[in-house]
Design a protein around this ligand. Sequence first.
Ligand code: MTE
Ligand code: MO
Length: 218
Amino acid sequence: MSGPLPPGQRERADFPRFGLPRYVARRAVVPAAPVLALEGDVAAPLALALGELAVLPRREQRSDLHCVTTWSRRDLAWSGWRLRDVWDALIVPRARPLVDVAYLLCGGLDGYRTALPLTDALADDVLLADRLDGVPLPFAHGAPLRLVAPAHYGYKQVKHVGALVVCREAPRESGGWVNHPRARVAHEERARGVPGRLLRWPYRATIPYAIRRARLTP
Ligand SMILES: Nc1nc2c(c(=O)[nH]1)N[C@H]1C(S)=C(S)[C@@H](COP(=O)(O)O)O[C@H]1N2
Ligand SMILES: [Mo]
C-alpha cells in the first residue's frame, strides 16, 4: 500500500511489539484450546471454538497499521475472517444481540479492551486475523487472534482476542477517557476532546519507553 501516510504519521521499517505500557508489560495467557466468547447485550452468550471460524470464507488483506503515537508500519499481509462475516454468520444467529446494540468491545487475554461503534467494526476491511505475512500470527503481534481495523489507530486493534462483547452503551476501555470513541486515522482522532495534531509530539516522545517495556515481556 503506497501513497502518502495519514496526517502526523511516520513510517517505521521494523514492526515492534507495542502497546500501552501497563498491558504490554503483561504476558497474555493463551489457553491450549482458545475460544472466542460472545457476550454482553445478547440473548444467548456463548463461546466459539476458534475452529468454528473456519466455516467462513478466509480473507487475505494487505493493510497498514497506524499507532496513535505516530509510527506506522505499511503493507502487512493479514489473513483471517471478516468481522462482518463473523457477525452475520455466527454472532447474530447464535448469540442474538439485542435490537439496540451500538458498540462492539473487543477483549484481549492480557486484560486490554477497547470498543468501536458497531458500524465501524462491521466495515469491509475489519478482520479477525490469525495469520500475518504467511505464517500463524506470532505471540508478539497478538496470537491467537487479532483485530485488524486499518482505518482506526492501533489502540483499537486488540491483540490476543478472547471475547467480543456486544454493548448498547459505550463501554469502558483500557485507555480510559482519553480514548476517542472512533479513533479514525484519516481524521486524526487521536484522543477525545483534543485536536490530534497537538498530540503528535507528546505521543511520539513515549515510543521508546513503550518499546522497551514490550521487550521485557517477549
Ligand atoms: N491486547 C492488547 N492489544 C493491543 C495492545 C495491547 O497493549 N494489548 N496495544 C495496542 C496498540 S496501542 C497498538 S499500536 C497495537 C500494536 O500492535 P503490535 O504489537 O502488533 O505492533 O496493538 C494494540 N492492541
Ligand atoms: Mo498504539
